[in-house]
Design a protein around this ligand. Structure first.
Ligand SMILES: [Mg+2]
Length: 231
């Protein structure tokens, strides 16, 4: 796809599309590995943590608070329920530190939003925790460019359909821009929208998709600035 025609709304994913996110989770995991070093080696800690997170996903959803609870549960499993209150507190601190991180915008984000905001309706479509995503949006200074912020509990084709309904547009009038093929792109292509994939250097295991995407409505770009010539 070399040109995108007929769209009205551009939806941006937030984490690892507008700002750095996954890097902070990887750093937090390494701190957790360190805390758990008496109980299990790195790979085992990470494997069990991932399993616990996947089991908890349907009830906790995405975000840092869900991650913190999964860390505590993993610590209990790894230690045979010997984790001390002090260790539990150290885990909570790992999460709080993440929640207080400054927002690091990715290269070109502000310029691109500035250029596009006059021509299209821009929205944010993100997963994660409502309060935390609002915090990051406020800190980012980007709120002024967006008409609407949609915090979705999951990015399924059905969830995008109801977003379209809310926006009162057809699927072919929506472009979604994001770093996750699985969450940001594939469900939007499935319902007939447009998708531009901008990979981030780190992808959470849960979001990894290996299949090749071929669609008239799809392309992959290295940076957000490369959106501009498409529009
Ligand atoms: Mg993302």
């Amino acid at each position: 796809m070399e040109q995108i025609n007929g769209i009205q709304v551009i939806a941006f994913d937030a984490d690892d599309t507008l700002w750095v996110n996954e890097t902070f989770f990887r750093e937090a995991e390494l701190k957790f590995v360190e805390l758990m070093s008496a109980y299990a080696p790195r790979d085992e800690v990470l494997r069990i943590l991932f399993d616990v997170e996947m089991d908890n996903m349907p009830i906790y959803g995405y975000g840092i608070k869900a991650f913190m609870l999964s860390l505590i549960e993993t610590a209990n499993l790894l230690s045979g329920f010997q984790t001390s209150a002090r260790q539990t507190n150290a885990i909570i601190e790992i999460g709080k530190e993440m929640l207080n991180k400054p927002v690091e915008l990715l290269d070109g984000v502000e310029e691109v939003l500035q250029q596009l905001s006059g021509k299209y309706k821009l929205i944010v479509a993100t997963k994660g925790d409502l309060l935390d995503q609002e915090r990051k949006l406020k800190k980012s200074g980007l709120l002024k460019y967006f008409h609407h912020i949609e915090v979705m509990s999951d990015k399924t084709p059905e969830a995008y359909q109801s977003l379209l309904k809310h926006l009162d547009i057809e699927a072919k009038e929506l472009l979604m821009v994001g770093n996750s093929l699985k969450s940001d792109i594939l469900p939007v292509l499935e319902i007939g929208g447009w998708g531009v994939h901008i990979p981030f250097h780190t992808t959470w295991q849960h979001e990894v998709v290996t299949r090749k995407v071929s669609s008239e409505n799809f392309c992959e770009k290295e940076s957000i600035a490369e959106l501009l010539p498409l529009l």
